[in-house]
Design a protein around this ligand. Sequence first.
Ligand code: HEC
Length: 137
Amino acid sequence: MNIHPILLTSLCAVFLGACSLPTAEQRQAIKHGQVIYAKECAQCHGPTGQGAGEASLGLGVAPPDLTLLSAGNDGEFPREFVRRYVLGLVEKDDPEAAMPEFKTVGLRHVYPKGGADGEVLEADFSDLLEYLEKIQK
Ligand code: HEC
């Protein structure tokens, strides 16, 4: 079969474009992660992740801009660091640090009656990380 080079080029572009688009499953994960973010993180890290949430004023430490995590890591989203940090598995210099250790407190705004742990919590954190990766600048 003889394919015209221009047609071939545009076909490739279409395929590459399709590859970088999130799948329905990823879109769902990002959406779910956003809901979790809004309930558990936005009050300090701001509605868009850029800081200055309403609860951040009295903290003494400004919650960092979460859209710059990749920029501070050579352009790559530091997924494992963020996971460990949010869960509270990273050794912190300041034992009085303002941010909750979510492994200990759980997602208490998402599940006010408690009850989400184990696999549910892992899945929720994975979605949260998808969302955080999506908002990187
Ligand atoms: C009570 C306010 C508060 C809440 C709620 C909160 N954070 Fe934080 N976060 C902070 C503060 C303040 C820091 C700066 C370090 C410290 O004091 O712990 C921080 C640091 C971080 C860091 C480290 C960033 C870096 O560059 O080192 C990440 C990642 C992070 N938060 C993500 C989250 C996520 C995700 C959530 C929601 C699940 C969340 N935080 C909820 C206040 C908060």
